[in-house]
Design a protein. Structure first.
Length: 94
C-alpha cells in the first residue's frame, strides 16, 4: 500500500532495515519489526513507503484500488474490478 513517506508514522516499536534490489531495479530498504521480524514496509528511494496493510492499527478503511505483480500472483490472490499490472507500473517509480 504505497503512501508518501512523510505521511507514514510508526506508532510503536522499532524498525530494522536492510538494503535490497527492488523489482523496479532500484535499491531500497525493506523494513522489519526489530522485535518479532514481521515485515512492515518497504522504502524505495522515491519518497514513498509501501506499507503492508495487515500491519496497520486500523484496516477498516483500506479498499484495494490496484494490484501489481499479477504475473507471479497465485490465482486465488487476484482481485476483480481493480486495476491490474503484471509488474510494477512505470509511473510508480517516476
Amino acid at each position: 500500500m504505497p503512501a508518501p513517506s512523510d505521511a507514514f508514522q510508526l506508532t510503536h516499536g522499532a524498525l530494522q532495515r536492510y538494503q535490497r534490489n527492488m523489482p523496479s531495479g532500484c535499491t531500497g530498504s525493506v523494513c522489519f519489526c526489530a522485535s518479532c521480524g514481521t515485515r512492515e514496509c518497504a522504502e524505495p528511494k522515491h519518497r514513498i513507503v509501501v506499507a503492508r496493510p495487515g500491519t496497520l492499527d486500523d484496516m477498516s478503511w483500506v479498499l484495494p484500488s490496484a494490484q501489481m505483480f499479477q504475473c507471479s500472483a497465485l490465482p486465488w490472490a487476484c482481485l476483480e474490478d481493480v486495476l491490474s499490472y503484471d509488474t510494477q507500473p512505470d509511473a510508480y517509480t517516476e
